[in-house]
Design a protein around this ligand. Structure first.
Ligand code: FAD
Length: 465
């Protein structure tokens, strides 16, 4: 072997870099293998961060338009796509550059190239200067996921996945989003604010699956104007690239009979793990049929000195989950007795308004036959939301009927994502409705609505409008 390490991390997304940095901080000699020239993986390069740079811009544009009602008009926005793209690239560059600095400061050896196991203690990396073999005592697989492509979709630059959509080459007149999940709806928000008309097609019976239906209703009411057609319980069965556009055929309850024409088609039908592309069998690591790698609560695979974390180990495929799993794997590799033991993992759609949820939803509680007490606080009663001119939202908390402990919560409204962490903390701490209701929240804030929702559940906040 060319070089020997305590830990080799395969993949430098949020899971991989967090694991590498924690392992180095614990005194281990670490290599971080990444096929792309920058660190940060999907999240920083083509996921969370660039999408939020564009979504923030879109939210400001929408907000500016609403200011006319406050007596201040900005007129029609003048959109310079080149500049917007540069802004987004600058945001990504700042963060990925920061990671490179953090790796260097910790003496983490960054090896750029495609890596694969060649044995239970060796990973071979194809770098631009040839093959390099890294020997390891422990390895952490953090190779992430990639977007699923519909098998019948032809190669055409007008048919993109989220990575293609983030390039923002142009603004189409008419755009189809295949898949009504968070990623599709976030990208749709950006393109619609920039001027595109949207259609969305979803196989299931509602958009933003996983979120509480009450929350989604509010989002949908505020966003209906972006869509010409919301096709639920409908399948995309054919895509044809023609000179005059992309023609798409649908099947199902709300399917148009004739093929429809689009200028841009976004495939957002889910992500599939990279478990099958890393030579796992050479190290004896088991990989499931769909490419996920099974692990225990210490993030160990069936081969005890090889760990796996992040999107490649399963749902939810979210950056904050990957980071925490990365820390656990690194700590265990360093000899600590850590376990991944999160009770809940929050989800956020950074749309306008934002939709955020954590723990049980009302539907899930019902399905489990669990008796709950609900506390709903409508933002129409929040001074801050009214002052912001954005009082369409609400905060909803669910408590166990018997113990009064919080088991779930959801927020729809501006900044919902920034607030849901408090609900996650309350669940992790086993807080009950009095704990939350008696916690003094600053006034006037949107966060107050969390305390108020708990008081509604207690029955002590009865003076709602
Ligand atoms: P990844 O980020 O996928 O990183 C894996 C890395 O491994 C990649 O850099 C890849 O190049 C590298 N790699 C793979 N195989 C090899 C190999 N053989 N050799 C060398 N390198 C290899 N999550 C959120 O929490 N919040 C959000 O707002 C959010 N927004 C998103 C928006 C979009 C458009 C997308 C696509 C995703 C979004 N996600 C979001 C999901 C988030 O990006 C992922 O959950 C997260 O990146 C997973 O981290 P990871 O470390 O498991 O893997």
């Amino acid at each position: 072997a060319d070089q020997s390490f305590d830990v080799v991390v395969l993949g430098a997304g949020p899971g991989g870099y967090s694991a590498a940095f924690r392992a180095a901080d614990l005194g281990l000699k670490v290599a971080l293998v990444e096929r792309y020239s920058t660190l940060g993986g999907v999240c920083l390069n083509v996921g969370c961060i660039p999408s939020k740079a564009l979504l923030h811009t879109a939210a400001v544009v929408e907000e500016a338009a609403k200011m006319a009602e406050h007596g201040i008009s900005f007129g029609k926005p003048d959109i310079d796509l080149d500049k917007l793209r540069k802004f987004k690239e600058g945001v990504v560059g700042k963060l990925t550059g920061g990671l490179a600095g953090m790796a260097k400061a910790r003496k983490v050896a960054v090896v750029t190239g495609i890596g694969a196991f060649v044995g239970p203690n060796h990973i071979e990396v194809e770098t631009k200067d040839g093959k390099q073999v890294l020997q390891f005592a422990s390895a952490i697989i953090a190779a992430g996921s990639q977007s699923v492509k519909l098998p019948f979709a032809p190669e055409d630059e007008r048919i993109v996945d989220s990575t293609g959509a983030l390039l923002l080459k142009s603004v189409p007149k008419k755009m189809l989003i295949i898949g009504g999940g968070i990623i599709g709806l976030e990208m749709g928000t950006v393109y619609s604010t920039l001027g595109a008309r949207l259609d969305v097609v979803e196989m299931l019976d509602g958009l933003m699956q996983g979120a509480d239906r009450d929350l989604v209703k509010v989002w949908q009411k505020m966003n209906e104007h972006r869509f010409d057609n919301i096709m639920l319980k409908t399948k995309t069965v054919g895509i044809e690239a023609k000179k005059d556009g992309i023609w798409v055929t649908f099947e199902g309850e709300k399917a148009p009979k004739e093929p429809q024409r689009y200028d841009l088609v976004l495939q957002a039908v889910g992500r599939s793990p990279n478990g099958k592309n890393i030579g796992a069998d050479k190290a004896g690591v088991q990989v499931g049929d769909r490419g996920f790698i099974p692990v225990n609560s210490q993030m160990r695979t069936n081969v005890p000195h090889i760990f796996a974390i992040g999107d490649i180990v399963g749902q939810p495929m979210l950056a904050h989950k990957a980071v925490h799993e990365g820390h656990v794997a690194a700590e265990v590799a360093a000899g600590q007795k850590s376990h991944f033991d999160a009770t809940v993992i929050p989800s956020v759609a950074y749309t306008d308004p934002e939709v955020a949820w954590v723990g049980l939803t009302e539907d899930e509680a019902k399905k489990q036959g669990r008796k709950i007490t609900k506390g709903m606080f409508p933002w129409a009663a929040s001074g801050r939301a009214i002052a912001n001119g954005r009082d369409e939202g609400f905060t909803k908390l669910l408590f166990d009927e018997e113990t009064h402990r919080i088991v779930g919560g959801g927020i729809v409204g501006t900044n919902a994502g920034d607030m849901i962490g408090e609900v996650a903390l309350a669940i992790e701490m086993g807080a009950d409705m009095v704990d939350i209701g008696k916690t003094i929240h600053p006034h006037p804030t949107l966060g107050e609505s969390i305390g108020m929702a708990a008081e509604v559940a207690e029955g002590v906040c009865t003076d709602l409008p």
